[in-house]
Ligand binder design. Structure first.
Ligand code: 5GP
Length: 193
């Protein structure tokens, strides 16, 4: 998606440790017009899929998921990060290793918000090693929900998550795939798609 690539080139900041900071439009301040355009793109790309729920993980996925849910006309659910599993009713749980904070945390989704009848589009801001996605996929498996696809704003294509998820057969739609980035020059290149 050209609009997103251009925005990354203009406002993205490459940090050491293969971290791309996009705080000014995606992760902290949110450009909702850009989010709406991303949502429209996924809606077009998944027009043939019977999606009836959007799933993401807090915190950065929530703004994107809300706009996507609005475009599809379906609810959005976000997995909550939890230090201790507070069994407030029945929940699905999984463990995720954080890319940016390097620690493991539990994620939970209440069973009443995800089930056998759900056809899910999972969305998130970034895909790196795929740990956050694995956690969300495990939750969908526990729920017996059908994963129709995965929508990622920025995939870091030089890290293994995307390749692995595609080889596992998931329909992965990344709107920008970073092929390389350099924290010294702030140079970012994208995969042609
Ligand atoms: P993964 O679990 O695929 O290794 O990493 C994905 C998660 O880590 C995303 O939910 C995102 O919040 C965070 N993340 C991974 N790489 C980056 C990055 O380069 N920049 C930012 N801002 N977040 C990232």
């Amino acid at each position: 998606m050209k609009e997103l690539e251009e925005r990354i080139l203009r406002d993205g900041d490459v940090k050491p440790g293969d971290v791309l900071k996009v705080d000014s439009f995606l992760n902290h301040q949110m450009d909702t017009k850009l989010f709406a355009d991303m949502a429209k793109q996924w809606h077009k790309d998944f027009a043939d899929a019977p999606i009836n729920k959007i799933l993401t993980i807090e915190a950065s996925g929530i703004g994107i998921a809300a706009m996507v849910a609005n475009e599809f006309g379906v609810p959005a659910v976000f997995a909550k990060k939890s230090k201790s599993i507070n069994l407030d009713g029945a929940v699905y749980t999984s463990k995720v290793k954080s890319y940016t904070h390097k620690r493991v945390y539990d994620i939970i989704v209440a069973q009443r918000f995800l089930g056998l009848d759900d056809h899910v589009l999972i969305v998130d801001d970034f895909l790196a090693n795929g740990c956050a996605m694995d956690g969300l996929l495990q939750i969908c498996t526990q729920a017996g929900a059908t994963v129709e696809g995965i929508g990622i704003a920025i995939e870091k294509g030089f890290q293994p998550g995307g390749k692995r998820l595609r080889s596992e057969g998931y329909r992965l739609d990344s709107l920008a795939i970073v092929e390389s980035m350099d924290s010294e020059t702030n140079n970012v290149t994208f995969r042609e798609q």
